[in-house]
Write a protein that binds this ligand. Structure first.
Ligand SMILES: [Zn+2]
Length: 127
């Protein structure tokens, strides 16, 4: 096999591995979302959010868990994360936050994988 074809075959193999890992991650993320939703006495809304940074290539991020809460007569989103006060009925807030930390780590891994997939695809594109 000529060296170029060999390099291409290697890249394709690497890409297939990355895609398999991504599919596996997606399944684990879905599982964590279900587990986290089940810990909440109120409906959890999973929302994708923009970070607001210029030239962010990973936007939107998430999805992250939110509650819909009424504040001063208006419905607002309340993020179930850092600095969060568990609303009434949340019996296991610590378990929720631990699960959320796991979930966020998986999301981070997913963003890294997506970047590597994009790089591999770019390298495979004919010049
Ligand atoms: Zn972003």
């Amino acid at each position: 096999m000529p060296p170029e074809a060999l390099a291409k075959a290697r890249l394709e193999k690497a890409l297939a591995r990355l895609e398999a890992e991504l599919a596996d991650l997606e399944a684990r993320l879905e599982e964590e979302r279900k587990r986290l939703s089940a810990l909440s006495p109120l409906p959890v809304y999973w929302r994708k959010v923009r970070c607001g940074k210029d030239a962010c290539t990973r936007c939107p991020h998430g999805p992250y868990p939110y509650l819909k809460v009424k504040k001063e007569g208006k419905w607002r989103w309340a993020y179930l994360g850092k600095g969060w006060q568990p609303p009434e009925g949340f019996t296991r807030p610590r378990e929720f936050l631990e699960g959320l930390a796991r979930y966020r780590a998986l999301l981070k891994r997913k963003e890294e994988l997506l970047e590597r997939v994009a790089e591999a695809e770019k390298a495979l594109r004919p010049r």
